[in-house]
Design a protein around this ligand. Sequence first.
Ligand SMILES: Cc1cc2nc3c(=O)[nH]c(=O)nc-3n(C[C@H](O)[C@H](O)[C@H](O)COP(=O)(O)O)c2cc1C
Length: 214
Amino acid sequence: MRRPWIVGVSGASGTPYAASVLCALLDAGEPVDLVVSRAARLTLLDETGRPFRDAHWKDDLAAWLGGRDGAPRDISGDDVTYWPAGDLAAGPSSGSYPARGMVVVPASTAACAGIAIGLSKDLLQRSCEVNLKEHRPVVVVPRETPVTRSHLEHLIALHDAGAVVLPASPGFYTAGAKASAAQLVDFVAGKVLDAIGVPHTLFTRWNGQLGGGR
Ligand SMILES: Cc1cc2nc3c(=O)[nH]c(=O)nc-3n(C[C@H](O)[C@H](O)[C@H](O)COP(=O)(O)O)c2cc1C
């Protein structure tokens, strides 16, 4: 039985984190169900110049995930299902849908709040709540700074509900102080894959040697 990871992309800055997580999951041969919130279309447009349209999701996804060299990713061999964020009857809206778990990357403060209080205002929030209630692995990657008390309280609620709260907070120790933006993005994405137990080569692991990443 196909048991995909649900990847929810919400409208926080940081669409490169989502692209890196998606590519790494697909490179690892993991099936993926993708949900892109309405606001995430704005951040994607802002950060990449690319649209993300329900009717053209395959082309738009291929262009978005297409490498840092600008060529589209060939997603013909990838196991991706796309669900519009407004489709509250979609598979991932039910606990009986066979999902492995869910990653919300990046996670807006609005998405964190909505998931924490069970708002289910769209498919992204609903499917994340479903995966929490089913006690499946859930990783939430918040991107906001500074934060208010209510942001922190929502993150605590998510933690207490079983989610791994994994802030988009790259470490410099694997690539050193001259790390590129791509390396810092991949560091966060690699921590996401570590959290859900999917093998990856997104960063070099700490080996106990100071300066080993330089
Ligand atoms: C260009 C742009 C950048 C944004 N960056 C952030 C951000 O980094 N963090 C955040 O929490 N919200 C950010 N927002 C605001 C969210 O998009 C907004 O709260 C939205 O309601 C989130 O909806 P969603 O959770 O359904 O995606 C940004 C909005 C835009 C248009």
